[in-house]
Write a protein that binds this ligand. Structure first.
Ligand code: G6P
Length: 609
């Protein structure tokens, strides 16, 4: 998704800006650009469709140098991916501006600005911001006042940063709804949409709050709150080592991350051993909150939503706690009835997903007993805004299709089930079973990874297909959903998941010899029901790919291929079966030749609505 990097220094900053963009690349984008103010106080601009390396080539060919600059990676929302629509946008050869987010009232503002004589060159919502800023500056406002008045007129979400040739050593920026962080240097200051982009130059950061406007120069840094009053914001020292994005001998980050799961799952669960009681893994005050919780509302997007769907089965079946799960983009706009003492749980790998963040922020006063976030990114917006926090220990995830982040979220949710279940109807025996299963989980995942070659063979049948159906029952239904999502995300094969019992109410009409049907079929209470559903597929000529353990009693035969999964404790089956489906998607995508780590049109961190 869009990324911002900006610098005000006494040294040349083009390489710092480019390196910042490189560090944000994994999030997904379609164009990139950079504007610098040179020694003669002129704006120098490079921008184009394509990757940051193209921008680097342009910079090598026609070097632009300057000590003040802004840079951007764009993920198209308004206007196609193109050089013209790429940021920075320029007004009057005076100002350059970059923007993350979406301006909802851009059409009205565009009309006003056109009437005032501004000519638009792009189809973006962003261009209104730069012309409005120009208009306020030309009417005599200071850079700061012009930015304050401009953002006052904006509806929607934004993080913006701008440079002005009349104030050649300053960058002015603002945020509302999209993240922005100040990086504090020595005799230089920086801005970025994520601190990761700036770890090359500093470890001292200020996370800006909603409505903040900031002005930086090499020697100064002043933040103003939404009312325009100067404010001091907390400074954070982030000293832990930055993980270096490195393929470690694998062909793709996704494959590397799939293989990192035994370690990531163990590290996530190991937090339980670091605390006297499991409650403490969820932050200070968790025990008191959990004592009064009578229900759980989970809100998330994408793969994280599927983690929530699995957790609903655990919380209701194992802990006896009522649980609702909803995608954040629906939850945030829906009038709700919330029972007393409900815990709001958001799940977000990045901690920055706009809809999930809005769902948390829109929760009514006193609507929930407390909020808990399960995230992989410390210091993310959701982490900073939630009462309780569980940090998964997946390590940085680069592949857009989430793998280890998902399975570590499931570990966190099983730990939550345990913590709440102990206070509700969960028996001592069940508690011990959960802990034992979580301990053994990395081994079962490792055994599943060793099925790689068999899974690769299965994957060949999917290459010529355009559609696939994934079936599961009970807690395996959300795993079927996750399997289908992985396949469509990275192989571009249309894949849908159905609870197998629903097959006869529609999707059966699609089944023919051209539709592979994947069944998540471990031996469990619903197995016999699932087998009947699979017979319905077979008798219509469908080809079955069954993921099952030996106890389930399937055997490969004509038009039925069975992957022999390890037999593992019931409670962790959703996690173990997920890993096999991840490998299936990976191998299909690999053979189809798609961009596995950066699938078209998708972004790692979706910071717009
Ligand atoms: C994007 C990513 C998905 C992710 C979803 C939610 O769509 O491509 O992999 O599951 O956002 O992200 P979050 O960071 O909130 O888990």
């Amino acid at each position: 998704m869009c990324g911002i990097v900006a610098a005000a220094a006494r040294r040349e900053v083009s390489e710092i800006l480019l390196e910042g963009l490189r560090r944000l690349e994994y999030r997904g984008y379609d164009s990139a650009g950079m504007a610098l103010i040179d020694n003669e106080h002129n704006l120098q601009l490079h921008k184009q469709q394509g990757k940051v390396c193209e921008l680097e080539k342009a910079q090598k060919l026609h070097p632009h140098l300057g000590c003040t600059g802004i840079a951007h990676t764009r993920w198209a929302t308004h206007g196609e991916p193109s050089g013209v629509n790429a940021h920075p946008h320029i007004s009057g050869q005076r100002i350059a501006l970059v923007h993350n987010g979406i301006i909802e009232n851009h059409a009205i503002l565009r009309k006003e600005l056109c009437a005032a004589g501004y000519e638009f060159s792009s189809a973006t919502d962003t261009e209104v911001i730069v012309h409005m800023l120009h208009q306020y500056l030309e009417s005599g406002r200071s850079l700061l006042a012009a930015m304050q008045e401009t953002v006052d007129r904006l509806e929607g979400a934004y993080a913006v940063a701008a440079v002005d040739v009349v104030h050649p050593d300053q960058v002015v920026a603002a945020r509302k709804g999209s993240p922005l962080v100040v990086g504090i240097g020595i005799g230089e200051n920086f801005l970025a949409s994520d601190q990761l982009a700036l770890r090359q130059v500093t470890d001292r950061f200020i996370y800006l709050e909603e409505g903040d406007v900031v002005e930086i120069s090499p020697s100064s840094l002043q933040i103003y709150d939404a009312s325009g009053a100067p404010v001091e914001r907390k400074r954070s020292l982030i000293s832990e080592a930055v993980e270096v994005a490195d393929l470690g001998g694998f062909d793709h980050y996704m494959l590397k991350e799939i293989h990192e799961q035994p370690r990531a799952l163990a590290a996530t669960f190991a937090q339980a051993a670091d605390h006297p009681v499991i409650d403490d893994c969820f932050g200070a005050g968790a025990a008191e909150v959990f004592d009064k919780v009578k229900g759980v509302q989970i809100v998330a997007c994408g793969t994280s939503f599927h983690a929530g769907m699995v957790a609903r089965y655990w919380l209701e079946e194992l802990a006896g706690i009522p649980c609702q799960v909803e995608v954040a983009s629906e939850f945030r706009y829906r009038k709700r009835v919330t029972h007393a003492n409900t815990l709001l749980v958001t799940i977000s790998q990045s901690g920055e997903t706009a809809d999930s963040l809005a769902a948390l922020r829109n929760a009514g006063d006193g609507e929930f007993a407390a909020s808990l976030v399960i995230s992989n990114v410390a210091n993310s917006s959701l982490v900073r805004d939630s009462d309780l926090v569980f940090l998964t220990r997946a390590g940085m995830e680069i592949g857009v299709a989430s793998t280890k982040a998902f399975t570590t979220q499931l570990v966190a949710l099983l730990m939550l089930t345990y913590a709440l279940g102990r206070r509700a109807s969960m028996t001592e025996k069940k508690q011990q079973e959960i802990i034992a299963a979580l301990k053994d989980l990395p081994d079962y995942v490792q055994q599943t990874l060793e099925l790689n070659d068999e899974i690769e063979q299965l994957s060949e049948s999917f290459i010529p297909k355009h559609h696939a159906l994934f079936l599961g029952r009970g807690i395996q239904y959300p795993i079927a959903m996750e399997g289908a999502l992985k396949l469509k995300e990275i192989s571009y094969i249309h894949a849908e998941a159905y609870p197998a019992g629903e097959l006869k109410h529609g999707p059966l009409a699609l089944v023919d010899d051209d539709m592979p049907v994947v069944a998540v079929a471990p031996s469990d209470d619903l197995l016999e029901k699932l087998k009947s559903n699979l017979e319905e597929v077979r008798s219509r000529g469908g080809e079955l790919f069954v993921f099952a353990d030996s106890k389930a009693g399937f055997s490969s035969e004509a038009r039925v291929k069975v992957l022999d999964m390890p037999h593992c404790p019931e409670v962790i089956k959703p996690i173990v079966y997920t890993v096999a489906l991840q490998l299936l998607s990976y191998h299909v995508a690999l053979q189809k030749g798609t961009d596995v780590d950066k699938p078209r049109n998708l972004a790692k961190s979706v910071t717009v609505e």
